[in-house]
Write a protein that binds this ligand. Structure first.
Ligand SMILES: C[S@@+](CC[C@H](N)C(=O)[O-])C[C@H]1O[C@@H](n2cnc3c(N)ncnc32)[C@H](O)[C@@H]1O
Length: 199
């Protein structure tokens, strides 16, 4: 189906089969980022833009067998790769747009989103949709297994002041979409933002 997201689907469809092989050493960074969310047994968590589901095993470990783990992604090929890797044993995989989640309001304890924010066409509105599905006091993790400067270098682009994920830009953006920044790390080996759903 052709829609606004065709280019995103095309981009990630072409990369789905070898996505995990391209980044074989990211496991510990994902586990540490999930750990920073402080999930408890029985919690409900969404991995928004889950791709091949690299975070799902760690999310399942954190919430235990009674918890709920959802992985949502726009790109069927990424979800198929997730299933081939057995990540559907850790969570329910759903083809969905993070901008219109098939999830009840305030039904989740947390949202984890790795490598997603740069792909959101309307960041304020789309982050507000993530806020909609999380209970007040619940958490959002925006994560990337390398920092902004390293990612820009990998993509051969220059980091500019208008970068969405720069702290001075992200703090007001989060506030406008229902989140209060708790923690901001932009280091060589990780980008991790934790924000709390405002009441
Ligand atoms: C950089 S990849 C990251 C995948 C995975 N989170 C990881 O870190 O390995 C971005 C993913 O976000 C998905 N995506 C982009 N825009 C989306 C949207 N609006 N809703 C849901 N998924 C989206 C893409 O299909 C892709 O799988």
């Amino acid at each position: 189906m052709a829609d606004d997201h065709t280019h995103i689907r095309d981009f990630f469809t072409a990369r789905a089969a070898d996505w995990d092989a391209r980044f074989p050493d990211d496991g510990p960074a994902f586990a540490a980022a999930v750990s920073a969310l402080g999930l408890r047994a029985g919690d409900a968590v969404l991995d928004a833009g889950c791709g091949t589901g690299r975070a799902l095993p760690a999310l399942r470990s954190a919430v235990g067998p009674r918890g709920t783990v959802l992985g949502a992604d726009l790109t069927p090929a990424m979800l198929e790769a997730a299933a081939r890797a057995g990540r559907d044993r850790s969570g329910l995989l759903v083809q969905a747009d993070a901008a219109r989640l098939p999830v009840r309001t305030q039904s989740l304890d947390a949202v984890f989103a790795a490598g997603l924010i740069a792909h959101l066409p309307q960041p304020e509105r789309n982050l507000a949709e993530l806020a909609r599905v999380v209970r007040p006091g619940g958490l959002l993790a925006l994560f990337h297994p390398i920092g902004r400067a390293a990612l820009a270098a990998r993509h051969r682009r220059t980091l500019t002041d208008d970068d969405l994920r720069a702290e001075p830009n992200l703090v007001p953006l989060l506030a406008l979409s229902g989140w209060r920044l708790d923690t901001y790390f932009d280091e060589e080996a990780r980008f991790l933002v934790l924000a709390e759903r405002m009441g």
